[in-house]
Design a protein around this ligand. Structure first.
Ligand SMILES: Cc1cc2nc3c(=O)[nH]c(=O)nc-3n(C[C@H](O)[C@H](O)[C@H](O)COP(=O)(O)O)c2cc1C
Length: 424
């Protein structure tokens, strides 16, 4: 028989600990986000469909992105036990300077379209967290404004070599003069990928008001208020404005760029230079042999060639071939700090996040980016503690097994003899 008594009012009072309501709406919203996926949900609610889809979407069937994310989920971690790690050190040295965390913010174009604070929010949040920020050639804040927003931190500049080479050379000089320490040369965009969501949404820069966009704007008044009451959207580093996204991208991209362009740009750039969008072992070896300071294994977040190689699968092979001292970095599909830890264990020296940053930005401007960094930092630290490692140097391939969901139908399809027979 259970013994019963009258409830004791003092005990009841003890249980009734109501939290003070949070009056700041942005903070209240962000506090509910425990994961990057939660930030995405908030971002989707607050951002007009065309701008959200431009960010969230990828090329064609969006298989590259889905596979890259799946690859991070399809791993098994192998923790060590009884290895005290009361404090974990998440800092790294990358490209001649420190980063408090093993990730930086990837370059993204049109950022003020997603949320009006745009790159300034990204750069200042990165500076406060002690991680690098990368400004895109298609950024919507100027090279100098970003430098001022992150005056004591590290700024990297991403370069598209455009049809009009002089524009690219001019941007390179401006970024050097503004004190950017690293140039990121993107090479996976000879032409724009087919972003079908954008085509279906009739997405253009600046956004066009149609009946659909107006209906879609009704539940998102703040985005439109911001959009209409802040300086108009344009490329702060380029003089081109207006037109469809495809037209803009096509004017920025050039199918004739080659290793020769890399050499010219290298000759002009006083700092570190890295190549972004490397997608096979041979190109990785060639670039490291040429003496670039680093390579980024990336398929542009699945926004260019659909069904491209999964960067995370390429990583161990590339590190094996180029040697563990080469600076191999990786992006595409990172949604969790554990993805970053797994990449570091398999030999990456650094990682970049694109959409995770933009989901944070859309969810809550500068505070949203701070929150994104906090989520990833917490996940990195927790994963390290659970693995029993106190610093990132202690991670090694034995901590991670990549589980293969997709394997080649037959190895022979790629061997030299079969290839020669097919071609003969
Ligand atoms: C909205 C958006 C715009 C982007 N713009 C650029 C760009 O201007 N230059 C560039 O090199 N990469 C660009 N990227 C690719 C990112 O730098 C990065 O490679 C990619 O986002 C990584 O994948 P993730 O989004 O899954 O983290 C863009 C990505 C997104 C999502």
């Amino acid at each position: 028989m259970v013994q019963r008594q009258l409830p004791n009012p003092a005990e009841l009072l003890e249980l009734m600990k109501f939290k003070k309501p949070e009056l700041n709406g942005r903070k209240r919203r962000l506090d509910k986000a425990l994961t990057i996926a939660d930030l995405r949900t908030i971002a989707k609610r607050r951002t007009p469909k065309a701008a959200f889809d431009y960010t969230d979407g990828a090329a064609e069937g969006e298989l590259s992105l889905a596979r890259a994310r799946q690859a991070f989920e399809d791993i098994e971690f192998h923790p060590g036990i009884l290895r005290p790690a009361p404090d974990v050190n998440t800092s790294v040295d990358i490209l001649g300077g420190p980063s408090a965390l093993p990730f930086g913010i990837a370059p993204t174009g049109f950022t003020r379209l997603m949320q009006t604070e745009g790159e300034i929010a990204g750069a200042s949040a990165a500076g406060a967290a002690g991680i690098p920020f990368t400004l895109s050639t298609l950024g919507t804040s100027s090279i100098e404004a970003v430098r001022d927003a992150n005056a004591h931190g590290r700024n990297w500049f991403q370069l598209y070599v455009m049809k009009d080479r002089e524009i690219s050379y001019g941007l390179t000089r401006r970024a050097a003069e503004a004190g950017y320490d690293t140039l990121m040369f993107t090479v996976d965009t000879p032409v724009a990928g087919a972003r079908l969501r954008d085509a279906r949404n009739g997405f253009s820069i600046p956004p066009q008001l149609t009946l659909g966009t107006i209906i879609n704007a009704i539940p998102r008044p703040w985005w439109w208020f911001d959009f209409l009451t802040t300086p108009s959207l344009e490329f702060a580093s380029l003089s081109t404005t207006g037109g469809t996204v495809g037209e803009l991208l096509d004017s920025a991209m050039d199918p004739t760029i080659s290793f020769e362009d890399l050499e010219i740009i290298r000759g002009m750039w006083p700092g570190k230079i890295v190549v972004k969008g490397v997608q096979n072992v041979e190109d990785s070896k060639r670039l490291i042999d040429l003496g670039v300071d680093g390579i980024i294994l990336s398929n542009h977040g699945g926004r260019q060639l659909d069904r491209a190689p999964i960067p995370f699968h390429l990583l161990p092979q590339v590190v094996r071939e180029v040697g563990k001292d080469a600076t191999v970095m990786i992006d595409t599909g990172i949604m969790n700090g554990a993805d970053i830890v797994a990449s570091m264990a398999l030999g990456a020296k650094f990682t970049l996040v694109g959409r995770a940053y933009l989901y944070g930005l859309m969810a809550g401007g500068r505070e949203g980016v701070d929150h994104m960094i906090k989520i990833l930092r917490t996940e990195i630290e927790r994963t390290m503690r659970l693995l029993g490692v106190a610093s990132l140097d202690e991670l090694h391939p034995g901590h991670v097994t990549q589980l293969a969901r997709l394997v080649p139908v037959s190895q022979s399809l790629t061997d030299a003899a079969t290839a020669a027979a097919i071609k003969a």
